[in-house]
Ligand binder design. Sequence first.
Ligand code: DUC
Ligand code: ZN
Ligand code: ZN
Length: 466
Amino acid sequence: MSFDTIIRNGTVVTASDTFRCDVGIRNGRITAMAENLHVADEIIDASGLYVMPGGIDSHVHLAQPSGDGIVMADDFASGTLAAAFGGNTTIMPFCLQEKGSTLREALKAYHAKAEGECFVDVSFHIIVTDPTGHVLGQELPALVADGYTSIKVFMTYENLRLRDDEILATLESARTSGAMVMVHCENEDAIRFLIGRHEANGEHAPKFHATSRPIAAEREATHRALSLAEIVDTPIVIVHVSNREAMEEIQRARARGSKVAGETCPQYLMLTAGDLDATELEGAKFVCSPPPRDAESQIACWEGLQNGTFDLFSSDHCPFRYDDDAGKLNEKGKRSFRWIPNGIPGVETRLPILFSEGVGKGRIDLNRFVALSSTNHAKLYGLYPRKGTIAIGSDADIALWDPNKTVIISNDILHHGADYTPYEGLEVTGWPVRMMLRGKTVTDGEALVAAKGLGTYLARASSTSV
Ligand code: DUC
Ligand code: ZN
Ligand code: ZN
């Protein structure tokens, strides 16, 4: 049998096993895994490297309208380029339904933004902001049948959040349609009250973003989301969990028999609210929601990655330029934290951080790394086993990792559109040195090798886990 490509002498790592074998690729798929494969157009020597499934980042915001003249720092070209260099082969950006519009209209606009622009594969989650009878009764079931199998709802942000009765109706429609529901859990009324109190006290600095969104506001909303999901017996994903108290809500819901997945992100392992208290307005670089917490919360989130409270490790890449009128330091943002756009970049640094801080420091093993960064995303969001593993028949979406390569993270070496990284100066060991999408090399670690447009849109099945 001959192949287009053979990856030779590497150590294959999946979510369950680590073993030595060659990998044969034909027509974009893995077609053989064995010792000593021979005939191919191209032979890649992976001696000393791990051969892992390309990362899947299931929580990414690109080119999302953000109101008030604010512009996201990444479009689909720069965002997927950064994703590729960061070890990913699939990302799942959000498609925002504008109030008064249908979900189909939103999708049409996002497909137009993505078409021909992508360096990795993409698939959309739809943010439901206007759950009308038509949206829930007609559109959602038809969209699930068309491969749009996940939605997100917000419990915070005045213009995005749903009331509890709207969340219930959305959950019920999702259950009957077969859509997975991601929930952003923070109590909007409590946050609005606390923002008002800070402003009345003349407290406008970025650090007050963190105190206006306390753990209790996240914990309460997490409990409420889990209760609403229990009432209508619908599986949900609690996204971007930042602290132990919210984790305990997930654990208790599971103990009651609820189907719930949990997600955390690099910012909750590596940053604290103290970072928002930097000199001048530098703290704006770390404004995201929920906000980073404290050292104890970081420990808790690591425990959650180890003990299965978290199924997913995602970036929540939501990039805004710092020194920019359309970014963090917009005119109003300079005057008060409440106008600083929420979100930080991270699609390119997620995997090196988890590898270095997790595998390198003995907190998680290699197989857990693959599960948290790729396999579980594919299973939860209906892409498995086409994506998320190294197996015969799977797409040849492959990351070759050098576990010994040390890199100092700096914005200069990144490919995203932001003008900063929250992880400037962080030293990591372990780096993706070659990325392949459906058998084609996208990056050799240093340079871009593929042309824009190699990435395609992925229709998905319903979830096969949770
Ligand atoms: N929620 C997200 O999921 N991402 C960024 C901002 C937010 O509030
Ligand atoms: Zn969110
Ligand atoms: Zn997000």
